[in-house]
Design a protein around this ligand. Structure first.
Ligand code: TYD
Ligand code: ZN
Length: 418
């Protein structure tokens, strides 16, 4: 079912870089994985899809990337259940992003902002309210309908060069192209970046946010790897990638969201002076060893240790007759449950606030998703926090759970009970 690209240069431990054609050294094989957002009913076709989650680093351009491609239509289906507005923290984050763009980049006459992967309109909501011209592009029909119902303009489509050309023809050049947690999702960055280069106004800026490789390595957050995160970006690899398209990395900003992200600002080469933050981060990445294979070999050993410790803990709790419930049916939980072999025998259900996920089964593991309200009926003994990037919001909302003796299980950077 899953197509594999023909790669004549591949061997057991190497494959060809999608960005520069160099040699990618494989450093981890998670084994067969499902589509991470395939929350499904029994028997749904999407539930049967598996692909090997294998990850490596390019010796030449340092881009961390996966070996095998999942067809984009299997991941971003019309009924794709992910909703970016699912957390108060993220709603606030994107409101601030929009307000900043309105004050800095969108001050000229009749500016235009195009968002790649606009989901339910969490960012464009604020742009629309300000009366600024905008267009969201997203292949997931149901999410786009949520945005459209609020009066946000959305085109249901994948963003690539042809999409960009038709947007430019209809709307003119864009002052801002924005994307959050989508640009790394597709292997064909060349189509996206050629599209961005075509769509951007001469002084325009492409701003995108994505989970940061430096944080993933530092926090051992291996669950940030799943089908949708085809690339794990860092300043160095992104700088090199965009330069291939006549673009330049001009600013970087660290963000606390999604377990550590980076906001990249990219302009036409020579159009803007790069900020000192770019140079500082490149130096920091050198110190962290982000370009070194040995860094990833050490990370691999930490991933194996987490699997061992987490499974041992859950088995011990089961033997002791304790009840464990999962908290947050995240995309990331697919990697944790399937790589570690955690099923309903160890975690009988996972609770989640997203209506689109409730009543369905988690991909691969078959763990049922139930409404968040069921968490307290009655409280379990332990809660396995899959949505650890929302720990503060969730643990404060669920204070009563801790107060009556409930314990949280965390698994990155190490397995521990709180
Ligand atoms: P997210 O952080 O986007 O993770 P991923 O990118 O791995 O999917 O998803 C968080 C999930 O947790 C989402 O399904 C909503 C859910 N959630 C709750 O159930 N309760 C909460 O209080 C919060 C903040 C999130
Ligand atoms: Zn490369």
């Amino acid at each position: 079912m899953v197509a594999d690209v023909t790669d004549e240069n591949s061997s057991a431990n190497t494959f060809t870089c999608r960005i520069c054609g160099g040699t990618v050294r494989q450093w981890f094989d998670f084994g067969p994985q499902p589509i991470s957002n395939a929350f499904h009913h029994p028997g749904d076709a999407v539930a049967g899809i598996r692909y090997d989650l294998v990850v490596g680093i390019c010796e030449s351009c340092t881009m961390v990337q996966q070996r095998h491609e999942c067809p984009r239509e299997s991941m971003f289906r019309p009924d794709y259940p992910y909703r970016a507005s699912g957390s108060a923290l993220m709603r606030k984050h994107f409101e601030q992003v929009a307000e900043r763009l309105l004050m800095t980049e969108l001050t000229g006459p009749d500016p235009l902002v195009v968002e790649i992967g606009s989901n339910d309109g969490v960012m464009l909501r604020t742009i629309r309210a300000a009366g600024v011209r905008h267009l969201g592009v997203d292949p997931s029909r149901d999410a786009a309908e949520v945005a459209a119902a609020e009066g946000i303009r959305v085109r249901v489509d994948f963003f690539e060069q042809s999409t960009a050309a038709s947007i430019r023809a209809a709307e003119g050049p864009a002052d801002v192209v924005f994307s959050a947690n989508t640009f790394s999702h597709v292997p064909y960055v060349d189509g996206v970046l050629r599209g961005v280069a075509e769509l951007l106004a001469p002084a325009g800026v492409f701003v995108f946010e994505d989970r940061y490789l430096g944080d993933i390595v530092a926090n051992s957050s291996f669950d940030q790897l799943y089908d949708e995160h085809f690339y794990l970006f860092a300043a160095r690899s992104v700088r090199e990638m965009v330069a291939r398209f006549g673009l330049e990395l001009v600013d970087v900003e660290h963000l606390d969201v999604h377990g550590g992200s980076l906001r990249y600002s990219v302009a036409r080469a020579g159009a803007r002076a790069p900020s000192p933050a770019v140079r500082d981060l490149l130096e920091q990445e050198n110190r962290q060893g982000l370009a070194e294979l040995s860094t990833y070999e050490e990370f691999a050993a930490r991933i194996e240790a987490i699997r061992y410790d987490l499974v041992a803990l859950l088995q011990r709790l089961r033997a002791d007759g304790k009840r464990v419930v999962g908290y947050g049916a995240t995309s990331r939980s697919a990697t944790v449950t399937n790589y570690c072999g955690i099923g309903p025998d160890l975690v009988p259900f996972v609770c989640d606030s997203t209506p689109e996920k409730q009543g369905r089964l988690s991909p691969g593991s078959g763990i049922p998703v139930r409404p968040q309200e069921e968490f307290s009926r009655p409280y379990p003994d332990y809660a396995l926090l899959f949505a650890w990037n929302h720990a503060e919001e969730i643990m404060s909302n669920e204070r009563e759970f801790s107060e009556q003796g409930g314990r949280w299980i965390r698994y990155v950077p190490t397995v521990r009970v709180l």
